[in-house]
Design a binder for this molecule. Structure first.
Ligand code: NAP
Length: 296
């Protein structure tokens, strides 16, 4: 794999997963920088409503290689994101191979959290992301896989919403911490790696600045909303035998988090962006009051 400087600035970036939670943030950042952006979507009308005329739209589906070949034509870089599913490996490898064939010079992949990937064998989602990472590493182009810890806007936001509805923070292990990361920081790093002269490595383990347990979350909410939040222990979610891939993956995340596996922080965001990542306390003060007002 070449890690030599490649002149990708100014080239079109194709974004897979653009209409989703993280993809939207990445598209808006690139558009604000006046970078040419093309998005891959099955829902062109929804995409146009989201982004107006600021992006090119390529209607396509990971399962339709011809649509991928058309979507990536003429692009210089690919942001590769797809949802957790049994199709993740085949979908992402197909998009990467289409990009390689079309002469795309860089792929930035949104991978799984580091603790789902390493050590292998504990997370079907992490193992799937790892298989894609191995494939990317075998390609003769610049690739980097971003491994974000749990996103504040997903797991933390859910915990805050439930806490506000029940006055309790429930967790399988109230003392197990998580190095939550704000999705805006993941988007900032993704844009940095898309536009940088060279990518920074094969994998980047992205976390927030601190590790926060359910017990600490209850304290933060109590201080911010000026009412008491109790902590309750509840068994981790179990997936039934016939649960689909995503639900089995989520049940495994819950077990790994309860075992303390997500309690990690790195300085990668700060070293790349030259500023610390956004904190859980800042996220809570930004979102908890609004969430509480909605529930009144
Ligand atoms: N949440 C976390 O804490 C966390 C942590 C680490 C890693 N991750 C990773 O983040 C990813 C999920 O990101 P997200 O939550 O932003 O996704 P999301 O909101 O679920 O959005 C999914 C996106 O994928 C596109 N998509 C789905 N199926 C498609 C298909 N067949 N063909 C083309 N596009 C398709 C959708 O586009 P259209 O509907 O417009 O076609 C949509 O833009 C997963 O890979 C997950 O492992 C998440």
């Amino acid at each position: 794999m070449s890690k030599a400087a490649v002149p990708v600035t100014g080239a079109t970036t194709i974004i897979a997963g653009a209409t989703g939670k993280l993809g939207q943030l990445i598209v808006r950042r690139l558009a604000a920088l006046k970078q040419p952006v093309r998005i891959l979507t099955r829902r062109p009308d929804a995409a146009r409503r989201l982004f107006g005329e600021s992006v090119q739209i390529a209607v396509g589906d990971f399962g339709d290689r011809t649509s991928l070949d058309t979507a990536v034509r003429g692009a210089g870089r690919l942001l590769l994101l797809s949802p957790i599913s049994a199709r993740l490996v085949t979908d992402q490898i197909s998009a990467a191979d289409a990009a390689l064939a079309a002469g795309v010079r860089r792929i930035v992949k949104i991978s799984g959290s580091d603790w789902t990937i390493d050590p292998p064998g504990h997370s079907i989602s992490g193992d799937a992301h790892a298989a894609v990472e191995r494939h990317l590493n075998s390609l003769a182009l610049d690739t980097v896989s971003l491994r974000p810890n749990a996103w504040m806007q997903v797991s933390l936001a859910n915990a805050v919403r439930q806490a506000i509805a029940t006055d309790t923070v429930a967790a399988a292990n109230p003392d197990a911490g998580v190095g939550y990361i704000d999705a805006r920081d993941i988007a900032d790093v993704a844009v940095d790696q898309l536009l940088a002269d060279t990518v920074t490595g094969r994998t980047l383990n992205l976390t927030g600045p601190d590790i926060v347990s359910a017990r600490q979350l209850a304290d933060l909410l109590s201080t911010t909303l000026k009412r008491r939040f109790a902590v309750v222990e509840k068994p981790p979610l179990a997936a039934s035998g016939d649960a689909d891939f995503e639900h089995r993956a989520i049940a495994q995340f819950a077990k790994l988090i309860a075992a303390g596996r997500a309690a990690t922080t790195t300085d990668v965001v700060k070293s790349l962006l030259g500023r610390p990542p956004r904190s859980v306390a800042a996220f809570i003060s930004e979102h908890a009051a609004a969430e509480a007002a909605l529930s009144e």
